[in-house]
Ligand binder design. Sequence first.
Ligand code: FES
Length: 127
Amino acid sequence: MVDIRVCKSEDIAERGRRVVQIGAFEVGIFNLRGRFFAYENVCPHFSGPACQGVLAPLFAEGVCEDRTSLGRVFDPGGRMNIVCPWHGYEFDIETGAHPTDNRMRLKPVPVSVRDGDIYLSVPDRRI
Ligand code: FES
């Protein structure tokens, strides 16, 4: 694995993203509440550019104490999904997982921040 510096952490705004090309390897990097997540820009459905899709708040089913439904509400934890632009499959930014199908998951890329710079760890055979 090789660590590649891609940008300053401040270059990716809160709830923002940057898609970078490293050789033949395209990676989406996301900032969610100051934490960075990175995935290969390949949707597990039909290989669409999932990381370039809309970022949407995660919805949850709200339930009152008396167990009546509040309907769909924004996730209280502020989680966000990436919506693949090709067919609309959604993936949790923090895990890369599809909300209901465990077989559908974005492939994570190790990301770290050192001295204000963001690094991706990529296999040296891919660059
Ligand atoms: S290729 Fe991403 S949803 Fe189909």
